[in-house]
Design a protein around this ligand. Structure first.
Ligand code: FES
Length: 130
């Protein structure tokens, strides 16, 4: 919770706990390190990135995942992870959440098996001012 060293602009926390590890979080962590040219526990030379390896961040259903500052990026692949980091390098904020376009939140990736009625309003989100 407390950082005992100066952090980069983007603190990338890659979950490597069991569910994420089973979904190849090792390749996500390697991708993050390779693209940012940074190692776990350190900052990139330009202080844009700090990388941490963390335990479960509570998004196991959408593993593997990483947190960038306050945003969760889920359903990651090395290609998607690279794209997110390159977006951050350009000053963009890639859309957070599940990166698999077939998934809205944490429902099964193969489709709903229960509560299959249509959701009337999918616009609910956390208030933007939070
Ligand atoms: S194990 Fe990675 S979010 Fe839970």
């Amino acid at each position: 919770m407390f950082n005992r060293r100066p952090m980069g602009k983007y603190h990338i926390q890659v979950c490597t706990c069991t569910p994420c590890w089973l979904r190849d979080s090792d390749s996500i962590l390697k991708t993050v390190c390779d693209v940012t040219n940074c190692t776990v526990g350190s900052n990139s030379a330009d202080n844009l990135f700090s990388i941490s390896e963390v335990e479960c961040l509570g998004a196991c259903a959408n593993a593997p995942m990483m947190q960038v500052n306050d945003d969760y990026y889920e359903d990651l692949t090395p290609e998607i992870t690279t794209s997110i980091i390159k977006g951050l390098m350009k000053g963009e904020r890639p859309p957070p959440g599940p990166q698999n376009c077939n998934r809205y939140a944490a429902e099964p990736i193969t489709g709903l098996t229960s509560l299959t009625s249509e959701v009337p309003d999918r616009s609910f989100r956390v208030r933007p001012d939070l």
